[in-house]
Design a protein. Sequence first.
Length: 583
Amino acid sequence: MKFILAESAGFCFGVRRALDLVLAESASKKGGIATYGPLVHNPQVIELLKLREVSCTEDLDQIREGMAVIRTHGAPPEVLDTLRGRGLEVLDATCPKVRAVQNVVSTHAAKGRHIVVFGEKDHPEIAGLVGAAGAHPCAVVLSAAEFDALQLPAETAITLVAQTTANRQQFNEFTKHAKERYPNLDVRQTICAATEKRQEEVLELINERKVQGLIVIGGHNSGNTRRLAGIGESHGLPTWHLETAEELAGLDFKPYGLIGVTAGASTPSWIIDRVMTRLREMEEETTNPLRARFKRFVEALTSMHITTGLAAGFLAYVGAVLMGVGFRLDFFLLVSCYVLSMHVLNRFTESGVDKFRDDPKRLVFYRRYRFGLWALGIGAGVASVIDGYFLGVIPFIFVLVASIIGVLYSVRVVPKGWMGLLGFRRLKDIAASKNFFVASAWALVSIFPLFFVDQTGSAPRVILAFVFLFLVTGIRSVWLDLSDMSSDRLVGRETVPLVLGPERTRRLVQRLIVGLVVGLYLTAVLEWLPSLAYVLATWILLEFLYLEFSKRRFSLPTLTRDMLVDLHFIAAGVVAWLWRAVG
């Protein structure tokens, strides 16, 4: 069995825009935010918004303070007038496509034309379209019979519009019927292009790819998602309408050789990722079970951040070589355990939002082995603090303070009443804080405790080694966040890419890498750092050039990407060990 995902499956422009607007407002912490009706027709998105302290109500009387949000489907003008009349700040997140249809309705109604809307009477978008007509005649129909029942005179000037998520084929058939009866009919093609594209892709899967079944991902209350499922059913295909990956349990796809997968315009990427990840696993378990088991083992090591901890230990060894000091196994364990502990525990301190991350396999792993991972995180943290205690007073203080700050990073430590003064309740709320704290913690714990224990390295070398580790780990953090922007925005992380945007962040990373390479060559020439700096600079330069020229062909799953980055740091430690061994 094989699964094919439609290219445009998932969020349309209007939904993504609305969600970004509301998430941006929730991050600014301006006060209570309430949406008038569900922002989009997807229960998981609504759950996310609740975790971001954005409430949802269908009762207009309940919105009395803070900010009111008009959902993507739009609302009648009187709703906006009522909210503004109460002195509320109104964020109009109406989809621009819906707004365009409202403008058509209001313009043609003002000309005295009779408005007919092809759509579902109880759909929230319809209320805004009818409201745009004001007191002028406006009828909502979904069939030729309902249209004929209006019994309008043949000479009536009619403007026909469609609900943006309507079925194109049904609308075309309805239009043909209406034109035969009313010569003065002005038809406006108002079905959203994104809706049409999703419907066309389903037809392509059925007619050209010859799929034997269809999986449609999205909220059961989403009209456009139900219509996608309806296309599959109307062609006689076995069709499964799933809201989450959990609904795959018990389903058997083995009788079908090729199955198409699509998703509604209100379906978030993390839901699609969860479903596709499980489908790919089912596919691999059937075709190559041995490879599937080995892959799960490697992914488990990465999910537990074992590879990240080892990467930190090996990178600390690189720092020791650059400083020209000795390195011991207990110090390797201190750094590895600290980094492993912080990565594991911070996933738990962000409780509630972990389900919205873009790494579905790690999510499942953390839920399945929750208590064991708690024990691993706490145990590794305690081990690093104890190790620091035996190394000396200063290493102990460094590790203890870094551990406390790391654990409290995602915890609301600032009282709500102080937020107006400080502008944040958690360290993670500070703009671009994640990347700075990650780089600082790795570099500080990797360099200074060892320097104070060994006391043979020179202060300039220590500073240069610290700058090297800070830049390397900072670039790593920012680069990973570039591909995690969607999930970081959802869970409320304040990262450099979210502050600067993707393009400016890429330019920043490029300049940091070039500066790092030039700095390593220069410090090696001046003999401020050992000749290992030549090797590191050349390696970084070659990798940078490779990634720059291959980035458009280069896309990896999250766990595979994280593992490869960790392996590069481990390899750097091995290179430093070989350099010291032969030097």
